[in-house]
Design a protein around this ligand. Structure first.
Ligand SMILES: Cc1ncc(COP(=O)(O)O)c(C=O)c1O
Length: 387
């Protein structure tokens, strides 16, 4: 006999997809070279600009987020250009790998897991670059692997003062926390469909400043499918260089309407509330967070150590087998040492309450000493009951 449990995906992307968004993907195809599709794309781009708080040009690439990252590296820089990567985890290391693959002279500012980038350290490094050799500074808005939110505004400030391009991977951070592209002067920002957009994976939305466009003129790195200049040229006409993922575009259009109706303020408040509920619940159960700093806490995901004597993988397995709840593993050296609870996108307070309640049962069944059922749930309730 097979036990039936409904599934709840609490990972930091892909997130669950609202049914309206799922159904939007079932619509019949239309010609991507037709007038109606161009109109769809132009309207969608304008709505994306509003959500991204930018007048910069925005392109939609048919690729996962990493495709957006690669497009930026290969389109905005020239062979041998010097760049700086400030990394606080696995996705920061992806910037390093990409920059090296394309032959960039890559300086790395690396932090321990759980720490955020210190803007003053970036400032000090850039101050040494008196010949202004560093052409771009890459970092994550939200480092998903360690549940750390970087201070994008402050980092951007010091980079702008130096003159290098500010390149932000906001794939998991966008909409979970505030991101003011124009006000903060961000040159390239990359987001991905499977995060707070609440879509299946497969699209990267990239916002590009005039300065970044200018830098593209000097780029001599190879790129073809993931060419930002080609995407920008076509996007101005509501087009894409190659056949786009039409179904995902329908879905993005539906999701963006839902998000626009909700409004940015409410979207950000929703993510903040879930974050506080999860952190408060885990702490009240006596669990240790990978990032204990509330200011730099990711509003998309929370990373937590298992209680002493318990195994993180076993906790995740029991959550999945007994309760149908999928949590994330740690990445890299953190694999098996922590687990991560995603709380972005199409996740709401009752999902958080369910996760904490089930986690309490799993922890007690696995032998966590002194655990009191309801303590974590109550802490979450205290946050979630606030208006
Ligand atoms: C911060 C961050 N950067 C980059 C990526 C890579 O995106 P993708 O898996 O869509 O290529 C992810 C995916 O989880 C991410 O969270």
């Amino acid at each position: 006999m097979k036990k039936y449990v409904s599934e709840l995906l609490m990972i930091p992307g892909p997130t669950p997809v609202p049914s309206q968004v799922a159904l939007a993907g079932a619509q019949n195809m239309m010609s991507h070279r037709s007038g109606p599709f161009k109109k769809l794309m132009l309207d969608l781009t304008a709505q994306l600009q509003a959500l991204l708080q930018t007048n910069n040009e925005v392109v939609i690439l048919s690729s996962s987020g990493t495709g957006g990252m690669e497009a930026v590296v290969s389109s905005c820089f020239a062979k041998g250009d010097k760049v700086l990567v400030a990394t606080v985890g696995n996705f920061g290391k992806r910037w390093v790998k990409l920059a090296k693959v394309y032959g960039l002279d890559t300086e790395v500012l690396e932090y321990d897991y759980g720490q955020a980038v210190d803007p003053s350290a970036v400032k000090a490094l850039l101050a040494n670059d008196t010949e202004k050799k560093i052409k771009g500074v890459f970092f994550q808005m939200n480092e998903t692997s360690t549940a750390v939110l970087n201070d994008v505004e402050e980092i951007a400030k010091v980079v702008k003062a130096h003159g290098a391009l500010v390149i932000v991977d906001a794939i998991s951070g966008f909409l979970a926390s505030d991101l003011k592209i124009d006000e903060w002067g961000l040159d390239v920002v990359i987001t991905g469909s499977q995060k707070a957009f609440m879509l299946p994976p497969g699209l990267a939305v990239v916002a590009v400043s005039a300065r970044a466009k200018k830098a593209m003129e000097a780029s001599d790195l190879p790129h073809f499918y993931l060419s930002l200049p080609a995407a920008l040229k076509q996007a101005a006409e509501g087009q894409t260089p190659y056949t786009p993922a039409v179904s995902l575009i329908y879905q993005l259009s539906t999701a963006v309407k839902i998000l626009t109706d909700e409004g940015l303020e409410s979207i950000l408040a929703r993510h903040e509330r879930l974050t506080q509920a999860v952190r408060s619940a885990l702490r009240s159960l006596g669990m240790r967070l990978l990032n204990e700093n509330d200011k730099t806490a990711s509003r998309a995901v929370t990373a937590v150590y298992p209680p002493d004597g318990l195994n993180a993988d076993e906790i995740r397995q029991r959550m999945k087998d007994d309760w149908g709840i999928t949590l994330s593993n740690g990445q890299d050296e953190l694999k098996g040492k922590i687990f991560r609870i995603g709380h972005l996108g199409h996740i709401d307070p009752k999902d958080v309450l369910a996760v904490i309640a089930c986690l309490e049962i799993v922890l007690s069944q696995l032998g966590m000493p002194g655990i009191q059922w309801g303590k974590g749930v109550q802490a979450a309730q205290n946050v979630l009951a606030r208006k």
